[in-house]
Design a protein around this ligand. Sequence first.
Ligand code: SAM
Ligand code: SF4
Length: 461
Amino acid sequence: MLYIDEGKIGEVLAEGFKATEGHIEEILAGAGSLRRLSLQEAAALLSIEEPRMLKRLFEAASLVKDRIYGKRVVLFAPLYISNECSNSCVYCAFRSENRLLKRRSLSRDEVREEAKCLLEQGHKRALVVAGESAPQGKKAVDYYVESVEAVYSASVGKNRIRRANINCAPLSIEDFKRLKASGIGTYQLFQETYHDRTYRTVHPKGPKSDPDNRMDAIDRAFLAGIDDVGIGALYGLCDYIFETLALLMHVEHLERRFGVGPHTISVPRIETASGAEFTRRVPHRLSDEEFKKVVAVLRLSVPYTGIILSTRESPELRDELFGLGVSQVSAASRTSPGGYSQPDACDDAQFSLNDHRSLDEVIGSIISKGMMPSFCAACYRRERTGQAFMKLARPGAIKDMCAFNALITLKEYLDDFASDKVRTAGYALIEKEAGRIDAVGRQALGRFFDAIDNGVRDAYV
Ligand code: SAM
Ligand code: SF4
């Protein structure tokens, strides 16, 4: 597969599994300096099985997460615009052969209605998700662009979606340029599996059956000027240690070619999907403990890259993973087009979810762990993307700016949408966190808070 050297991964793996406890301790001690780990070091950490060393790994990941991102967890929700697809991915309910599903692509107005439902809950960030075929007579990119514009056009009171990211089919450089011009934040595309033979087996037909075209799509997005890209592997298709090392090899390729790695890494695990028999016997299902290890190793290996977790995971595991390095989570998600505004649409979901809590409940839970929920989208709007973002993120400087914006967006959420219980807990957290800011910063924050009390929304630094 393009950019992935399976032979080298095999060698690195063999070496990593020879690592002594002393060597692993050394790597963990060094990780505190927030440097990128080598593939060899990542392989050594992935070889850990002993509970005492796993605990050490988790502590190190939590420390690095705290030093770069602070206690902040950014929230978003997926917004599925279509389930029409010309591919045959064996694990997905949207695969073209699945006759159990009613197919549809939302109109502009329907997309706007979905965005309004998200705004009514308090969401500010949406991830637009699409199957891989456009509605009849339309070019895919035109449909994506009109949908992104519809998301941004929705408003509820003074609230609007502040960042629309997108997870959609690979495009040409020209079409990526058009997508960028629509105002997207991150372009997200998962390679699913980096193992060439496995890739070809699980993607038997359709445009997605070419692994190299998919692999090259992130490069094309960069070449088109989209410098916030998100990559990921669908865990369960192939050995999790191989996938994690290959993901890191993909990061190395992007850093080498573009001087900057991905903005985010996603770690979806295969969930049961109706009409996709494959999902009932996932070949490389990984345990929760192995999954936690993957998140921790990614956090240490690429400290400045956001790690995204979806509602595929249970509330208990999600709560644990907040502390281990996850920096963005979805909440109150639906995976069917129309799923928020049209109750009967939920039968046409892409896969089943394990966290069914409302946004308010997820926020309450984050606050109860001493973490800080954030709806901030300031970096992208201040053009702190790509290399500009990494320059701030690498030395850990982004943390203070983000903490400030997180407090502002949390107050907005508490005032406009929270239940009484969450509002009380949230204000206590704000007071505690504001106490950590120096006097000048506290004064500035006070001015922002006064403005919010006077009806101003969407202020940020
Ligand atoms: N159709 C585009 C594609 O495949 O890249 C974008 C949207 S697709 C709905 C988004 C992601 O959903 C896929 O990249 C895949 O990783 C994930 N997915 C598909 N089936 C899944 C399942 N059964 N469980 C968990 N995630 C799944
Ligand atoms: Fe289509 Fe994407 Fe599902 Fe594959 S994963 S069948 S491309 S929607």
